[in-house]
Design a binder for this molecule. Structure first.
Ligand code: FAD
Length: 414
């Protein structure tokens, strides 16, 4: 298998990422031996506490520290070279750095290979399956004409790295702030380095732009029980992005498949991109291995992969896209957040959902709603209950839908 990467250095890494890998990807990381390797380089076995106006949601309160399922927090400068070396050391993988794909070979409407350029000139490769793992602006998706749907992200984000930041009671849990509608997160990583992100409603963008660094630092200083950044060393510039739409693409077609951001670019705030990149690769392998190594039909396997992708991510992504509108909490969100802040079991349930380990349906299961009513002392309106019982599109869990922000588009094949 040829693995083509346009970057020419083994140590290249993605800069725009805060690299909290959700626990949902742990089985994939474990199977590939990555979990051991990440432990070996000091990656943080992650969990999170969540600030809300109802108090902190502390998921470990019931089970104790280190017991919940975890993923890893590890900077991309450590993760990306590790992934590349793991791939290069895997039997049957031919990693070719400095190879940029810029054309698809197509015969009778079917993708049959790629063409591109490298330092040695142009190259052409034929393959039964072309996998686009080429990120949010996927060349493979564009050239294959994969149908896509884009929704706006009404938040922008800036972040920076700090060394020597003290964590409350020495805890290494991330701290996530739901300031409604603004957000922030403080995430410890390997080597004692913490990344702090400000993820704000675009209503504040003009003010922010006047002095990005000053506005970022002032915002972080204003966080309730916030990180003491003035007693730590900032070791990076303030980095960010102001426009980051969410993109869902049809993840397969004749002779090609898309994984990771190429298939689904989610809101960075939800920190699901790295985990879903690993998981979607694994779903694709499970679906297509029998066809690629035997006589099963490949097109049926690719259709199965597309179905699995939609089942695993669709309802989650629907909620994430709605929340990316930077509107105030809807009634259901307020209900679930308040319950989780007031009850240890609901706190764990909330965290398990955010770690993408359970479905949206399980998150809002009737017994959870009943417990939340008891804990908060209030009940959802008839309208919200109707939504929960399936009256809304997708997950059936929205008080407000994202339809207004939806733009259908089909990427043109070149
Ligand atoms: C501000 C910000 C913060 C984020 N924070 C988090 C977080 O905390 N947790 C999380 O899980 N996710 C986060 N994400 C999302 C995460 O970065 C992505 O979801 C993840 O990197 C997707 O991985 P990928 O392998 O699909 O794509 P990428 O990481 O983008 O990798 C694509 C690869 O394809 C190569 N490539 C591209 N085009 C070609 C071509 N034509 N030919 C050959 N090679 C090519 C690129 O060089 C690159 O190596 C964040 C994103 C942003 C913007």
């Amino acid at each position: 298998m040829a693995l083509l990467e346009r970057r020419s250095s083994m140590d290249a890494h993605k800069v725009l990422c805060t690299h909290y890998i959700q626990a949902s990807a742990y089985p994939v990381m474990s199977e590939l031996g990555l979990a051991d390797a990440l432990d070996g380089i000091g990656a943080i076995r992650n969990s999170a506490d969540y600030w809300t106006k109802w108090g902190w949601i502390r998921p470990e309160a019931e089970t104790g520290p280190g017991v919940l399922p975890h993923g890893y927090s590890v900077r991309r400068q450590s993760l990306d070279p590790l992934l590349r070396r793991t791939a290069a050391g895997t039997e049957g993988v031919d990693l070719r750095l400095g190879h940029t794909v810029n054309e698809l070979l197509v015969e009778d409407g079917r993708t049959t290979g790629v063409a591109g350029t490298s330092a040695d000139g142009s190259f052409v490769l034929r393959a039964p399956l072309v996998v686009g793992a080429d990120g949010k602006d996927s060349t493979v998706a564009r050239l294959a004409g994969a149908p896509s749907e884009t929704t706006e992200n009404h938040r922008f984000s800036y972040f920076a790295y700090f060394r020597g930041l003290r964590h409350p009671e020495g805890r290494t849990s991330a701290r996530v702030y739901y300031l409604d509608p603004d957000n922030a997160y403080v995430m410890p990583n390997e080597d004692g380095v913490t990344v702090i992100a400000a993820v704000l409603s675009k209503a504040r963008l003009d003010d922010f732009r006047e002095d990005i660094e000053g506005a970022y630092l002032d915002f972080v200083r204003s966080l309730p029980e916030g990180p003491e950044i003035d007693r730590a060393e900032r070791i990076s510039k303030v980095i960010g992005t102001v426009n980051y739409p969410l993109i869902t693409r049809q993840p397969s077609g004749p002779g090609f498949a898309l994984i990771g951001d190429a298939a689904l670019t989610s809101d960075p705030l939800s920190a699901v991109g790295c985990a879903w990149a690993m998981q979607s690769a694994s779903w694709l392998v499970e679906a297509t291995a029998p066809a690629l190594t035997g006589d099963d039909p490949l097109d049926g396997a690719l259709a199965d992969y597309a179905k699995r992708h939609a089942t695993e991510t669709g309802a989650h992504q629907h909620l994430i896209a709605d929340y990316a509108l930077a509107r105030p909490f809807n009634e259901i969100e307020a209900f679930m957040f308040e319950g989780a802040a007031r009850d240890a079991r609901l706190a764990e349930h909330f965290h398990t959902f955010g770690s993408r380990l359970i479905t949206v349906e399980d998150y809002m299961a009737p017994e959870i709603v009943a417990r939340t009513e008891k804990v908060t002392g209030w009940s959802l309106s008839e309208e919200s209950l109707r939504v929960l019982s399936g009256g809304a599109p997708g997950a059936g869990t929205h008080a407000t839908g994202p339809e207004g922000a939806r733009q259908e588009s089909t990427e043109a094949a070149r």
